[in-house]
Design a protein around this ligand. Structure first.
Ligand code: HPA
Length: 268
């Protein structure tokens, strides 16, 4: 059986990525049961799709778990357990600068963490026995996050995305705790310290992936201007814009999947 080349973590929607589903499964991890994992084929390539907002243990990819309650550790652990070495995450963000266009895509290269109470690490000085993923994690370790996003994946995505889409390369994603949206004062502060996009799900997803040595890139859909830059920000608007770019995203992912080489040449 071919190995699974890539994981795609979706936000709301995107289930149309399944062209040929082999199976939908769950993995029982030391952190709880995973979200549903759909092993499927895109062209000749085996991928796994999961949705961070799906209910663990369910067979549905519905948007039910809010960002602050997602079991990020079970999700990332289960992807590693499937042998995946690369993750492309899709998420929605608010833009902090008016020059960014709504419905366009962004590929952030830095992040700032303003979340408050999530499980951020696999390194908890616990003994995990001979668990193949966690056996070395009982040591004290501080991962380097100079380049938190995989440069190789980002350049593949950017080169394909710019052919047919408005896409911004680089920029800083600030992750907030949620589930409430931000105040205009918070947004002004985030802009002052150099942030470009605001969302609620990048952290600790990216950190956990990097702790397990996985490549991670984020395709962020700009769904709105952040609080104070437009009259109101609503979840309905975010979902509606996100849905409106779904086909564009699927085409892009199909193109990107074909371009990803078997061997990694990055430093992740
Ligand atoms: N703030 C936080 N998360 C978001 C936003 C926002 O404005 N838009 C989409 N996700």
């Amino acid at each position: 059986m071919d190995k699974i080349k890539l994981a795609i973590i979706g936000g709301s929607g995107l289930t149309k990525i399944f062209k040929e589903i082999e199976e939908i499964k769950h993995i029982l991890t030391p952190f709880g049961v995973s979200q549903p994992l759909a092993i499927s084929k895109v062209g000749n390539v085996r991928i796994v799709y999961t949705n961070r907002h799906s209910l663990p243990g369910s067979f549905e990819f519905a948007h039910v778990v809010p960002p602050h309650l997602i079991n990020y550790r079970a999700m990332i652990y289960s992807l590693a357990k499937l042998g995946v070495k690369r993750i492309i995450a899709i998420n929605s963000v608010g833009a902090l600068r008016k020059e960014f266009k709504i419905s366009s895509l962004a590929l952030p290269t830095q992040f700032i963490d303003f979340t408050k109470k999530r499980d951020y690490t696999f390194f908890e000085s616990k003994y995990y026995g001979d668990d193949e993923i966690l056996k070395d994690l009982s040591k004290v370790k501080h991962i380097d996050v100079t380049s938190p996003f995989c440069n190789e994946l980002i350049s593949i995505i950017y080169n394909k995305a710019k052919e047919k889409n408005e896409v911004y390369l680089g920029g800083c994603y600030v992750c907030t705790e949620g589930p409430r949206l931000e105040t205009p004062a918070e947004i002004n502060f985030f802009r002052m310290i150099g942030c470009d996009y605001v969302g609620m799900t990048l952290v600790p997803e990216i950190i956990l992936a990097r702790e397990l040595g996985l490549c991670y890139a984020s395709i962020s859909v700009i769904t709105n201007y952040a609080a104070g830059m437009q009259e109101r920000v609503s979840l309905e608007e975010v979902i509606q814009v996100y849905k409106s770019v779904e086909n564009k995203l699927l085409n892009l992912l199909e193109e990107v999947i074909k371009e990803i080489p078997d061997e990694r040449k990055c430093n992740c």
